[in-house]
Design a protein around this ligand. Structure first.
Ligand SMILES: Nc1ncnc2c1ncn2[C@@H]1O[C@H](COP(=O)(O)OP(=O)(O)O)[C@@H](O)[C@H]1O
Ligand SMILES: [Mg+2]
Length: 502
């Protein structure tokens, strides 16, 4: 919807500044929302999006600036104040009570609870909302048994039940498989159709273009630009997010693939009597990246751990460069030529009290005399290339922020520093900003060109689609799809991720 100057804006932030110790999370931010509009706030992690949304819903008080509703300044001291102005936020981390039913959660904390509402009446009202806005839910279902997507619907229904006219959705797609994202978009459209206004918060560039009437980009606490529907050029938006030019290109193997360097056959893994992986067969050849896509919790972690030797499967074989490794532990896999970048990088992999330089050379063969001076040079190069924020290569890694520690580990495992020919890399860019993502993708591409066999396990479907020569989908511990990266598309892979027929 076009913004009409005659009609007062539904909601606006005027020169909002909000500080946290050591950081200006919002620096004189201006943002407005017209009636019936979807206005997306786009930006990388830490850009200040959630902070702004929290100011707009009354969760945070800004140090300076105003919140304006329908042309008048409002002062919000709590989310409850926000609600009295028809403003509600759906947080990234849900705030529901697991053992209550959907209907109970919806009315929880609602002011009219002071006089007793008949359960049937609440359920009927909830059913009416779910119907109208395309939010399929059973009002009697217990929330603890619902999927992430369903819980999110409960939060949205709750906001609508409480009379929200303005909905602030903070990273609502983070936990959803692609078909669920489509459903959410249908709901968003139904809401704006009914005259409601939506602030849609996201760090995923690709998904916001379709749903948004306007997109405002934030970086480092500031607004860097704003575009209207139809003017949204993905590349321009990426530059606004990152603050410099970037290339978004699919990278595929340039040369013919080589021998099978990694294989798993008929792998079956159980934990506490439950099958976590069933009949897994895969091969990765030198010079190719095989991507494993899937919604979190479908066995990706177990698969990576079995291949890395951290778990021993009840059945099946794993070979690394021709050497059987199942049962020979992490050390055995490493010795056979495998490098492993786990998902949980902070707990594993780095020695926190050692310097960046020493961490970088940590896994080199024992007996290999490490030349400290050249290691220092290499470390300096990595710090520059990966934009690692640190005073220098001799800083202990425990002093680095999560994202920066992650880069050190990636540098060590991906570069020639590791002699490994097989790389198992899990969510390598999670938590990194777009610029660093580009660098890491370029590194993976280089490692592929150098003939390494790479298994890329990632929940980030875009990442898998831009890098993988072959794509596998893991669903409930089974491989349910295998396609060449160039021949498949996001829709098909997305359906497989959601357990649907492709
Ligand atoms: N409650 C908080 N306490 C301290 N710092 C915070 C808090 N919330 C956010 N920040 C900091 O403010 C900045 C913006 O964060 P946030 O608004 O959460 O960004 P985004 O939602 O865009 O990822 C970040 O540097 C973050 O670390
Ligand atoms: Mg956020």
């Amino acid at each position: 919807m076009q913004h009409n100057a005659e009609v007062p804006l539904a909601l606006a932030a005027r020169a909002v500044t909000k500080r946290f110790p050591g950081v200006v999370a919002n620096d004189q931010v201006n943002f407005d929302l017209a009636h019936g509009e979807v206005h997306t706030l786009l930006g990388e992690n830490g850009a200040g999006k959630s902070t702004l949304a929290s100011v707009l819903c009354g969760l945070y008080r800004p140090e300076a600036g105003q919140v304006v509703r329908d042309g008048k300044e409002i002062r919000l001291n709590s989310p409850r104040d926000g609600l009295t102005h028809g403003i509600a936020m759906v947080h990234q981390h849900f705030r529901l009570v697991d053992r209550f039913t959907v209907a109970e959660n919806v009315v929880l904390g609602h002011k009219s609870l002071s006089f007793v509402l008949a359960t049937a009446e609440i359920e009927a009202k909830v059913a009416a909302i779910t119907e109208k806005f395309g939010l399929p839910l059973d009002p009697r279902a217990v929330v603890g048994e619902l999927s992430a997507g369903e819980r999110q619907r409960v939060e949205i229904v709750k906001a609508l039940y409480q009379g929200a006219e303005i909905l602030l959705l903070d990273e609502p797609t983070a936990l959803l498989a692609p078909p669920e994202v489509e459903k959410l978009f249908t709901t968003v459209r139904a809401m704006t159709h009914a005259g409601k206004s939506v602030v849609f918060v996201s760090h995923k560039l690709a998904e916001v273009v379709d749903i948004s009437d306007r997109i405002t980009v934030m970086r480092g606490g500031k607004v860097t630009g704003s575009v209207r529907r139809g003017e949204a050029d993905v590349r321009r938006l990426a530059e606004l997010m990152v603050g410099r030019e970037i290339n978004i290109v699919a990278r595929r193997a340039k040369s013919p693939v080589g021998d099978v360097l990694l294989s798993a056959s008929q792998v079956h893994l159980e934990r506490d009597g439950t099958a976590m992986l069933t009949d897994i067969n895969l091969e990765v050849r030198g010079g190719e990246i095989v991507g494993v896509a899937g919604v979190a919790g479908n066995g990706q972690r177990d698969l990576a751990e079995v291949i890395a030797g951290l778990r021993t499967p009840q059945q099946g074989n794993v070979t690394v460069c021709g050497v059987p490794t199942a049962g020979s532990g992490a050390r055995g896999a490493r010795r056979a030529g495998l490098a492993y970048v786990p998902e949980d990088r902070l707990g594993t992999g780095l020695a926190p009290s050692m310097s960046i330089r020493d961490n970088l050379v940590l896994t080199r063969e024992r007996g290999f005399l490490v030349d400290r001076k050249s290691a220092l040079l290499e470390a300096e190069t990595f710090i520059k290339q990966l934009e690692i924020k640190t005073p220098g290569p001799l800083t202990p890694t425990r002093k680095l922020s999560g994202g920066n520690a992650q880069k050190v580990l990636l540098a060590r495992e991906l570069f020639a520093l590791s002699g490994a020919r097989v790389l198992v890399v899990c969510s390598p860019t999670r938590g990194l900003d777009v610029g660093a993502v580009e660098t890491v993708h370029a590194l993976l591409d280089e490692a592929r060109d150098a003939g390494k066999a790479i298994l890329l396990v990632s929940e980030d479907l875009d990442e898998v689609m831009t890098l993988a020569d072959r794509v596998l989908v893991l669903y409930r511990g089974r491989i349910t799809l295998e396609r060449s990266g160039a021949d498949t598309n996001v829709e098909r892979v997305g359906r497989a991720m959601a357990g649907l027929a492709t």
